[in-house]
Design a protein around this ligand. Structure first.
Ligand code: PEP
Length: 249
């Protein structure tokens, strides 16, 4: 049975000292449980500290927010998938809308990054989502499915079956506007249908997360929506107690 996934994307917050303090508090208030997968995604500079803090808590996985598509080389400022793995990461976020919008990440790059993650033994968590003008033009599903197809394009079927996908409407990220649960279900259902075409029955293994202004107050309602298998949370994951509440939904 696929377990619900709760992923905390800290973005450019929590350096090493804050990360240590956060995880000390979070691990104290969030006892291990095996009915869900919890992932924290600190900035790259905090990965090693987080990996050390989580060494005795295999129930909490570590993820990297962005990787380069090459394993090493002259790419100043970048983090490779093997380096993240070396810090203890098991998950790589790929294609977050802030990467796409602010740093020019294209569908081709997300495809290469998913492949790099798999090469290093990391599970890709591929983010997809439409901008408000795309929603207004009625092309949400076309945009999302284009991004999904690109992200999967360099992976073989077994790797697709073990990855996760996050639907994050861009207009809902960091804005306080949340998609209605029924709107999330429409998009998640379309993604699932595409996965069935590609990997048949193993499509059911892929967790499809919703992200966009999730809070401790709206988490349960979103998680209850059909085809919503988890939550990707930004701002509301920055406080250890709030994150423990959301991860316990
Ligand atoms: C995100 O960054 O993935 C996100 C969903 O952010 P927020 O929860 O702040 O909207």
């Amino acid at each position: 049975m696929r377990k619900p996934v709760f992923a905390a994307n800290w973005k450019m917050n929590h350096g090493p000292q804050d990360t240590r303090a956060f995880l000390t508090r979070f691990l104290a208030v969030y006892p291990p449980r095996d009915d869900r997968t919890v992932i924290v995604l600190p900035p790259a500079v905090s990965l090693a500290v987080a990996g050390f803090a989580l060494r005795d808590r295999p129930d909490v996985q570590l993820g990297v927010q962005s990787i380069h598509w090459e394993d090493k080389g002259a790419f100043t400022g970048e983090t490779s998938a093997p380096m993240a793995r070396d810090c203890g990461a098991t998950v790589a976020l790929v294609g977050h809308s802030e990467r796409r919008q602010l740093f020019g990440e294209t569908d081709d790059m997300t495809a290469r990054k998913c492949a790099a993650a798999v090469r290093a033994g990391l599970t890709p968590l591929l983010c997809v989502g439409e901008r408000i003008e795309e929603r207004d033009r009625g092309i949400t599903l076309a945009v999302v499915l284009r991004q999904v197809k690109a992200g999967l394009s360099r992976l073989d079927k077994s790797h697709i079956a073990s990855m996760a996908i996050a639907y994050e409407p861009v207009w809902a990220i960091g804005t306080g506007k949340t998609a209605r649960p029924e709107d999330a279900t429409i998009v998640h259902t379309a993604i699932r249908r595409h996965l069935r075409e590609v990997i048949t029955s193993r499509a059911e293994d892929v967790a499809i997360l919703y992200g966009g202004s999730v809070t401790a107050e709206n988490a349960a309602e979103l998680l209850a929506a059909p085809e919503v298998n988890g939550l990707l949370v930004g701002s509301a994951s920055l406080d250890a107690d709030t994150w423990a509440r959301i991860a316990s939904t």
